[in-house]
Design a protein around this ligand. Structure first.
Ligand code: NAD
Length: 303
């Protein structure tokens, strides 16, 4: 039985760890939050009192933490000092490319195999075991990494060497942030022009405006029943998390010299929406700001 140490069992990591248990792994979880630890325990994980205790004896260490500083310190101060010499280390958090590369270098210097493997898909996909993983690692390590990630995944793609998983993730999410805003603007204009929203959806979803934000995650309530727009934009992918990813994309663009003016504009619009008090809503709720109907959020009516 594979022994997995799972560090960070919050909204995403909790479901991911539970899927490893279901697949037959022996999972030991550690999280600073007692609530997260209790949830992991209820899902069949053992609970450790420290990172050191969790990783001792583990074949695989998986981390799912908030941001780059957490990942840097958990690896430098705990994992690399206490993991078994042949343990496979996989960080699934969304963090900046530089932190991912720095941790990969530290791990390589200590002779560990390490991968950055951020995910696409939110909490529902984490619970269902249908995440998309984008992996940065040595080519030779990929088959083993793929086998470990499989119980949590719908698709697993190697993007390249260390840091490439994080690079792919921020490029994908910048694209998502932009296509969602474009979709919202189109609905706002369609409304002003007197078009019926359902009719516009039907036309655009079968025309060249078709995109994932429209047909799988429609910001206008109704056409896509599973979308957060039908639940007053609760849950889903929070505006604050989209903002985090767009900031990472802009930092990477500034450092690499890439021109990303739409990514910058998207970041500014989500920051405005978050600043108006909606950072904890799904990012598709930005529709209501663009159509001048923030009141639709305040009174709980979604359109
Ligand atoms: P979360 O805040 O629910 O979970 C993070 C957990 O890490 C928390 O339970 C926290 O207590 C724990 N933690 C922080 N520092 C720690 C430490 N030093 N040791 C042990 N535990 C520690 O966040 P989340 O929504 O699960 O997101 C985790 C990562 O996944 C983030 O990088 C996020 O950007 C990314 N992500 C989230 C989503 C989403 O929809 N929520 C989707 C894709 C990617």
């Amino acid at each position: 039985m594979t022994k997995i140490a799972f560090i960070g069992v919050g909204n995403m990591g909790g479901g991911m760890a539970a899927n490893q248990v279901k697949a037959g792994a022996e999972v030991t979880a550690f999280d600073l939050s007692e609530v997260a630890c209790a949830r992991a325990s209820a899902a069949g994980c053992g609970v450790a009192r420290s990172v050191a205790e969790a990783v001792a004896g583990a074949d695989v260490v998986i981390t799912m933490l908030p941001a780059g500083q957490h990942v840097r310190s958990v690896y430098a101060d705990h994992v690399l000092l206490n993991a078994r010499a042949d343990a496979l280390l996989i960080d699934c958090s969304t963090i900046d490319v530089d932190s991912a590369k720095a941790v990969a270098e530290l791990a390589a210097a200590a002779d560990f195999r390490f991968a950055d493997a951020p995910v696409s898909g939110g909490i529902m996909a984490a619970d269902a075991g249908t995440l998309a993983f984008m992996v940065g690692c040595e080519e030779a390590d990929f088959p083993l990494i793929e086998a470990v990630l499989d119980p949590m995944a719908r698709v697993i793609i190697r993007a390249g060497a260390a840091g490439a998983g994080q690079a792919a993730k921020i490029c994908n999410n910048m694209l998502l942030g932009i296509t969602m805003l474009g979709t919202c603007e189109a609905f706002a204009l369609a409304e002003k022009l007197g078009l019926d929203a359902e009719c516009f959806f039907e036309i655009a979803s079968k025309s060249s405006g078709q995109n994932w934000s429209l047909t799988s995650y429609c910001p206008w309530p109704g056409p896509v029943p599973a979308a957060p727009s039908n639940r007053d934009y609760q849950g889903g992918f929070l505006t604050n998390l989209m903002l985090k990813d767009l900031k990472l994309a802009q930092e990477a663009a500034a450092r690499s010299g890439a021109a990303t003016p739409l990514g910058a504009q998207a970041g500014a619009l989500y920051a405005l929406f978050a600043g108006l008090g909606h950072g904890d809503r799904d990012f598709s709720a930005v529709l209501q700001m663009l159509r001048g109907r923030l009141d639709a959020l305040d009174d709980g009516a979604s359109a």
